[in-house]
Design a protein around this ligand. Sequence first.
Ligand code: CTP
Ligand code: MG
Length: 222
Amino acid sequence: MKNSHRVAALIPAAGSGTRLGESIPKAFVDIDGVTLLELSAAAARSSGVVDRLVVIVPAELESRAAQLVPDADVVVGGAERSDSVRAGLAAAADADLILVHDAARALTPPTLFAEVVDALSAGHPAVVPGIPVADTLKHVDADGTVLDTPDRAPLRAVQTPQGFDAALLRRAHAGGGDATDDAGLVEAMGVPVRVIAGDHLAFKITTPFDLTTARLLQEARR
Ligand code: CTP
Ligand code: MG
C-alpha cells in the first residue's frame, strides 16, 4: 500500500550488550565486517518506507555512528532502553509514524518494516510483529518450582520494528516509564496493539549463541 505519512525509524543502539559479553557495545559488533548498527539501518533504509533514520548510541560512539550511518541523525542514549527511545523521539519531531527497531535485530528483512507501516496505514495505531511460541512455557517461583503451565496457543514472542502513530508513542513515553518494548507502554494506556506476523530472521542477537547463529545465517545467504 502506498503510504502518505512521514515515517521515522528510531534505532536504539545504546545498550552495552552485557549478555553478549564482547568488549564493545553490542550494536558495534560486526558480522563479517558490517556492524549490527549498519545492518539494521540498511534494512530500515532499503524497506523503502522510511523517510528518516535516527540512531541512538552510547556517548563515546557518537562520531563513530555518524561515520557508519551517514544518512542518519545520531543522538546519545540513556541508561535504560526506554530512555534511549525517548532521546530518539526528541530528534524525530516531524514524523507522523514512528518505527522503533532494535539495532540488535540485525537480520530483520526489510519487508517487515513495510508490513508494519501497511498495518499502521490501515488504521491501527500500534503494530508489533510477533511469532508463535514453540516451547512450552512455565511460570516458576524464585526457587524454580513450577507454579503452572500457561496455554501457549495465544502467546506471541514479539519483535521489532514496532510501529506507532507518532503522537500516541510520545504520550506513552511522556510519563517516563520503562518497558522492554514500546508496545508495553502503549498497552498500559489502554490503546489496542495489533500483532502482525513476525519473521524468525528478526530475532534479537542477545547471547554468543545468537551471534554465531547470525554469522552462519549471513554466510549461508552469500
Ligand atoms: N538499548 C539502548 N539503550 C539502552 C539499552 C538498550 O538503546 N540503555 C538498545 C540496545 O542497543 C539494543 C536494543 O535496545 O539494540 C535491545 O536491547 P538489548 O538486546 O537488551 O541490548 P543490550 O541492553 O545492549 O544488551 P544487554 O541487556 O545484554 O546488556
Ligand atoms: Mg538490555
